[in-house]
Design a protein around this ligand. Sequence first.
Ligand SMILES: NC(=O)c1ccc[n+]([C@@H]2O[C@H](COP(=O)([O-])OP(=O)(O)OC[C@H]3O[C@@H](n4cnc5c(N)ncnc54)[C@H](O)[C@@H]3O)[C@@H](O)[C@H]2O)c1
Length: 330
Amino acid sequence: MARIFVTGGAGYIGSHVVKALGEAGHTVRTYDNLSTGNRWAVLFGDLVEGDIADRETLKRAIEAFRPDAVMHFAAFIEVAESVRNPLKYYRNNPANALNLLEVLQELAVPRFIFSSTAAVYGTPETIPVRESDPLCPINPYGASKMLVERFLADLSFARDDFSYVALRYFNVAGADAQSRIGQCYKNPTHLITRALKTALGEFPKLQVFGTDYPTQDGTCIRDYIHVDDLASAHLAALDHLLAGGGSDIFNCGYGRGYSVRDVVESAKRITGIDFTVEEAPRREGDPAALVADSSRITAQLGWTPRFADLDVIIRTAWDWEQVLKRKLVS
Ligand SMILES: NC(=O)c1ccc[n+]([C@@H]2O[C@H](COP(=O)([O-])OP(=O)(O)OC[C@H]3O[C@@H](n4cnc5c(N)ncnc54)[C@H](O)[C@@H]3O)[C@@H](O)[C@H]2O)c1
């Protein structure tokens, strides 16, 4: 069993990975400034409250823990905000990641797993997207993640004693099957969450941005991955590095796309609520389709998803939204 230091482990995805690590018997320490994360979301291990910009606190927390690997989730994640305030994103994502990597070099931590994103591809020329396709991000968020990938590639090339896996997540959704943890953003922009919060009456209507895309029903197509399957991808990447595997990059998606209308239809069926949907113009920078070629992660890491079903994703997210609503009220 290994010792894993997790930045951003109190956030949506990080908390599901901490749960999976804990359930697998690993020893976990979460490091999080709780800017968007929550203390209650950390189900295993201890939580050190700190910022990755605070080098002294960060170094002390890592040095005392002596990790075999670091998983780095801490980042800002809102695309639209990154367009309005790019420096905020370049500071927290690449600049703070650089801080973390320097500390890891000082402490000779040999393994690193990085939360990257499909946003590094921008508007892909071919679907499904392969890891070897060109990186051409169209917003500061995607560019900020691409920069960290570059740091990692250069560092692992320079150092024989450092290896990493970057996982490029597609659209992450769903929640813990027992509704202990789930998405809890202050400003949720993800389609499934918006749809379910609209069903709960938290928003008056759900806007569908663009109905004239060159897709079967005119709406955008995305590859939705259940957060617990994404968590198991992290454990597969960890096993790979612990077994001495080399640095690598993998898409994390199911290789199957659903349109916005598919999601709306499923959300209405599962909630039993016919919430209001409004057609709106396209948004700047939304590619028509974004679907992963996920053959590399299944072949190389032996990753086997267990929740590759839109209804299952939406059902677990719906159960969680109701728990969250009660949690926030009480
Ligand atoms: N949610 C998605 O669909 C998605 C898709 C692709 C990639 N990602 C990546 O996954 C990672 C996790 O995203 P999430 O959806 O769980 O977001 P989140 O906001 O729920 O989690 C981020 C966590 O990092 C913490 N954090 C942020 N800045 C910090 C700092 N400077 N120091 C310490 N802690 C800090 C926050 O408090 C939070 O707990 C991010 O790196 C994001 O870019 C997410």
